[in-house]
Ligand binder design. Sequence first.
Ligand code: AMP
Length: 447
Amino acid sequence: MADMQLEDGESATFSSLGLNDWLIKQCQAVGIRRPTPVQYHTIPAILQGRDCMGCAKTGSGKTAAFALPILQTLCEDPYGIYCLVLTPTRELAIQIAEQFRVLGKPIGLKDAIIIGGMDTIKQAMELSAKPHVVIATPGRLADHLNSSNTFSLKKIKYLVLDEADRLLEPTFSEDLETIFDALPEKRQTLLFSATLTDTLEKLQEVCMNKPFFWQSKAEIATVEQLDQRYVLTPAQVKDAHLVHILQTILNEHPDHSILIFTNTCKNCQLLSVMLRELDFPCAALHSMIRQRERMAALVKFKSSVAKILIATDVASRGLDIPSVQVVINHNVPSSPKDYIHRVGRTARAGRGGMALTLMTQYDVKLIHAIEAHINTKLTEYEVKEKEVLEILNEVSVARRGADVTLEEQEFGERRLINKRKQLIRDGKDPDRELHRKKRRRKKKLSS
Ligand code: AMP
């Protein structure tokens, strides 16, 4: 793995940050040789016992920045449950657990991944076996806290909120309240994200003891090696432009991996059916498919069996897929923050990458807002319109076919049925629960 560029602390080593030899050796074994800026700045503060807020570019080594000092102090005084890591998506939880497992192998680290879509009973057993580290998404952990008293979080030493700003959005507030009620007042709280600054005040409420705050010097939160482009396309022929771009990139670079982001689960599914129809090897990742399928899609993409992954924003935060050369925004994200997270899936760990945003006549304002936020002008990616026209008919036919397939699969209804089944499995009355959820949403909107 390539060493990442250091902003400062060029000569820093992990040993000069106070890490023990066993951890340094383990880092070396996985190709982590010198600390990145976020690690250089935050590891000593965490080892001193301070609360910490780290705001750094995506792909900058944030996970190891908290995992390494936690593992060091855990090794000195091992018990369970020692540390709780919360993160907004299931895939991120799995990824963080993988880093903990690799780095914590020499001390026989025990972890538990507590996420939706997986066996609740097995998770309850894992929790009561007192793992050292629990990595969880808020909803499922709150469910366990509400339904069981076989484990306790009252002794945790560390609480980590990864992608902290997202976790503090209203969607998670009820679950976070349940979780925070179960935590000890005395603890060390560590908050990390690529975009923390907007929600700083709110975050400071969570960090109780005057947190150490570190923010990457780079003004924009996207990496310098990223080539950021837009493609002008009338909305009606967006699909044909997308297909043309994919053909062009894969013809020139057959080994490239491409991640396409779109705004809804339905669009995600539609695009994947349409692209498969057109013989592109692709996988889809969104919240309307089972967790097993979500993981299989990621494995296929990571192993290059599928060169293209189409995803909603569930994949936009923190996911470390080392070799994504191109990110395509099929829709322009409505918040610049989401743009930063999406494009951060490429140009990771010092590698180059390209982000390409499809821009229709309706998106001009959104693009300007993004450019202002990242302080960079996107440049135009020229497409050969004649070639787009040549494939227009074929793409339209494939798209209509995809529409029909989804209708046959009763895509929207399947979601509702799955939700009701899950509620029944959890011993709840689906009608009452869905009604309560609706009421809560209404209340939130009116408050
Ligand atoms: P993260 O920002 O935590 O998603 O990390 C991005 C990638 O960088 C992961 O694959 C890490 O294994 C890798 N990484 C973390 N720290 C370093 C380092 N100091 N040097 C090289 N690679 C690193």
